[in-house]
Design a protein around this ligand. Structure first.
Ligand SMILES: [Zn+2]
Length: 218
């Protein structure tokens, strides 16, 4: 599977693609370098988020995967979205073989944070996943309150409180058959995904599944 856009492929000619896990130059159809292909463990997991809604992840949040996600999230390595989305698509296929999703949506971030970072990492993942799965990527939810990042809060109850009522749905579900995929970079307590699912259900979405690059809970 090639990288999505024409622009990305031209960009790759000027700035070669690098392995997200070690920084070595790789070909533009390679997901990672040969060494990392051998050493990065694919550790597929399925977590229950809320009634009947699960989150699948191809990796645990540790070692080189954790470093790669930090580079992706905080150091402007937006292009790694394709590499991660490729691994996420494999996890989706393992849990939901032959299932066709209607759309993928990112967990939203507050607009000022998106402005500071220049992109929403979950939005980049959703766009790449949409290309790979051949489904639209739609921003159904909006974050309407600027809250402290979840990773700065340790207590589970406080994490739940921190995200309560922070999302607003911009669409109503018009088709009860719609199969929605919600994507984010990491699932830790699951509180963020749980609140997204609750908000989506409140506007009629019934069939929801989640996917992240990594699972921070073993
Ligand atoms: Zn590598």
């Amino acid at each position: 599977m090639r990288r999505g856009s024409f622009f990305d492929r031209i960009f790759s000619l000027v700035y070669p693609d690098t392995c997200p896990y070690c920084g070595r130059i790789i070909g533009n159809i390679d997901v990672k370098c040969r060494d990392c292909e051998k050493s990065i463990k694919y550790s597929f997991s399925v977590r229950e988020i809320s009634d009947g809604v699960v989150c699948v992840s191809p990796f645990q949040y540790n070692g080189k995967v954790r470093d790669a996600i930090r580079h992706f999230k905080f150091e402007g390595c937006k292009r790694y979205a394709w590499n991660f989305a490729f691994e996420m698509a494999k996890a989706i296929d393992l849990k939901f073989p032959l299932e066709k999703f209607s759309a993928v949506m990112p967990v939203p971030i507050y607009k000022s944070r998106k402005k500071d970072r220049g992109y929403n990492q979950a939005g980049s993942l959703a766009d790449e996943l949409g290309n790979i799965l051949n489904i639209p990527s739609i921003e159904i939810l909006e974050k309407i309150k600027n809250t402290a990042p979840q990773y700065t809060i340790k207590d589970y109850k406080e994490r739940i409180n921190n995200v309560q009522g922070v999302y607003k749905a911009n669409y109503l579900c018009e088709d009860s058959q719609e199969r929605l995929l919600v994507c984010d970079d990491i699932v830790t307590s699951g509180a963020t995904l749980k609140e997204c699912v609750r908000t989506l259900k409140s506007v009629g979405f019934k069939n929801i599944s989640c996917v992240t690059i990594s699972n921070a809970k073993s």
